[in-house]
Design a protein around this ligand. Sequence first.
Ligand code: NAP
Length: 319
Amino acid sequence: MQDGVRNVVIIGSGPAGYTAAIYTARALLHPLVIAGVLPGGQLMLTTEVENFPGFPDGVLGPELMELMKRQAEKFGAEIIYENVVDITLGNPLERVPFKIKTDGGKEFLSWSVIIATGASAKTLGLESEKKLVGRGVSTCATCDGAFYKNKRVIVVGGGDSAMEEATFLTRFASEVIVVHRRDKLRASKIMQERAFKNPKIKFIWNSVVHDILDPAKGKVEKVILKNVQTGSLTEMPIDGIFVAIGHKPNTEFLVGKIEMDEQGYIKVQNGSTRTSYPGIFAAGDVHDSKYRQAITAAGSGCMAALDCQRFLESIGLVD
Ligand code: NAP
């Protein structure tokens, strides 16, 4: 840190944020990680992770994140548990630092910023859904599918995620019913074919989830579906509901400051993590709606750290 200005502030603490922290800490850039009030990212919502290389027997999502955090701290990364509410753009080339404000009222100055705030699963917005999350309502089949052995479940959505989740769930569930608000899927042809061919998957078209019962009992017993064409309501007994209607990048605090696509994903320059603004880098799901894996996020955190280090060197802020 020079004159109260840090070399790099990393916003977010999923695999992308912690990997960026490990690399920038080992490069002696003394990073500050603003981890959020619910640190660890989406892996905190999972149980067993079986596809992260190096863990042949699997590892629990929260445990993996704790290990990454410890590894970052071991090399000197500083971590605070607040949310970023605003960034004032700086101009590191002319020695004007970025100003980063948190909801805890703190303000940090930095020559560079790595955004690794990830994405969150979209939800239906029902009160009952909110109350039953983790009690029969899930946004992650990979995480919770195994709890539905020989049960009947609904998957809401018509995109690739919904088809992927529905197909995956047939490993466990006796029946998977895809509920889609139109009569055509948005998913790619190959994913559609796979789902149509699977004898365990059924479709209910032109319908949305109107309500979920029974929050008072703390478990999912029934769903009330609404046909959007006729307006009619149908009650259906069900054991679980998987909401797969897309993800939303966590970029609200950056609107109007750096370039994003129409869904709010940060645009990066081809083959790098550089954003449209010099000194700001993006890593992980916040710029990647395609791969969305812990390992790809970690890889992109590493890229952001290296891009950031080279940027600071190129403008003479570090040796
Ligand atoms: P998506 O393509 O945006 O699809 C979201 C689906 O949810 C759409 O069918 C949409 O309906 C429906 N939906 C949205 N809001 C809804 C609401 N409030 N109520 C009911 N339904 C709602 O999202 P995604 O499936 O997560 O895919 C995101 C990106 O990741 C895509 O580019 C996809 O190709 C990619 N992806 C790829 C793979 C793979 O290749 N293996 C796997 C997963 C995701 P409408 O169709 O009516 O809009």
